[in-house]
Design a protein around this ligand. Structure first.
Ligand SMILES: NC(=O)c1ccc[n+]([C@@H]2O[C@H](COP(=O)([O-])OP(=O)(O)OC[C@H]3O[C@@H](n4cnc5c(N)ncnc54)[C@H](O)[C@@H]3O)[C@@H](O)[C@H]2O)c1
Length: 261
């Protein structure tokens, strides 16, 4: 399938997990993809793998919360592919703490990447798309945690609720430029992110063994199992394609029926 033929995309947080799968799917759909990540080495390795598979991809190191680095990543993408049509705000992280132990540093670190990073990257992506004059697609990775509060994830939940608000605000601002802004909200996706979360919760004595946290979260999934990135990437690809041209300001849950809103 080549429904994204001729399109150029950036996927932040594309070096592993959900972002890596999105990058691979966009390439399979015909797009040229810049894999942008804090981990430049891994971003380049993903891009090289996609290129070896017959696609066009580059890897770029950047912190999504640093404007100069984001601008440089967009410049590198336009230098390589001539344009920018699709921007995935996918980079994100979590550092869970029991609610009463959350401090300002923890809150600010999570909000800086997950919320401020999305705002900043949306601004820079939109500037490039407006200059091109042919519209564009901005797609944000929200979360069930943006729709539902979880005690150990409070700052993360606030950051993902912010992603939803920013999606709506940007959709209103950029509709006049034919730029759609949407989000998809994964539930439990088995990625390296969960390894870190489980270790943090073991260290804090909240759980006693690896797997316990993900199992307790997954118990309310209607479809009965936590997802892998490939289970949710179709929704992301839909929001990047012209099939979603009449959709903007929306959040599509891709959580197996975990949170019904
Ligand atoms: N895994 C889940 O269950 C789940 C569920 C809902 C939403 N999400 C969201 O999906 C997105 C991807 O999650 P994942 O599970 O693939 O995580 P992951 O930890 O496997 O991958 C995240 C990637 O983002 C990169 N990154 C982190 N901070 C960055 C920054 N400041 N600048 C640039 N890159 C940065 C990391 O280096 C990493 O490569 C995140 O926004 C996450 O919040 C994940």
């Amino acid at each position: 399938m080549s429904r994204l033929a001729g399109k150029a995309a950036i996927v932040t947080g594309g070096a592993q997990g959900i972002g890596e799968e999105i990058a691979a799917r966009l390439v399979a759909d015909g797009a040229k993809v810049a894999v942008v990540d804090l981990n430049a080495h891994k971003a380049k390795a993903v891009a090289e793998r996609l290129t070896r598979g017959g696609g066009e991809a580059i890897g770029v190191g950047a912190d999504v919360a640093q404007r100069a680095e984001v601008r440089a990543a967009i410049v590198a993408t336009v230098a390589a592919f001539g344009r920018l049509d699709i921007f995935f705000n996918n980079a994100g992280f979590n550092k869970p703490l029991p609610f009463l132990e959350i401090d300002e540093a923890n809150f600010n670190a999570i909000m800086r990447v997950n919320a401020w990073g999305v705002l900043l990257c949306t601004q820079e992506a939109a500037r490039q798309m407006i200059a091109q004059g042919q519209g564009g697609k901005i797609v944000n990775t929200a979360s069930i945690a943006g729709r539902q509060g979880y005690a150990e994830f409070a700052p993360y939940c606030a950051s993902k609720a912010s992603v939803i608000s920013l999606t709506q605000a940007a959709a209103r601002e950029f509709a006049k430029h034919k730029i759609t802004v949407n989000a998809f909200a994964p539930g439990v996706v088995v990625t390296p992110l969960w390894d870190g979360l489980e270790q943090d919760m073991i260290d804090k004595g909240v759980i006693s063994r690896k797997g316990e946290f993900i199992e307790s979260f997954s118990s309310s999934i209607l479809l009965g199992f936590p997802s892998k990135p490939k289970d949710i990437v179709g929704v992301a690809a839909f929001l990047a394609s012209s099939d979603s041209d009449y959709v903007t300001g929306q959040v599509i849950m891709a959580d197996g029926g975990m949170v019904l809103v």
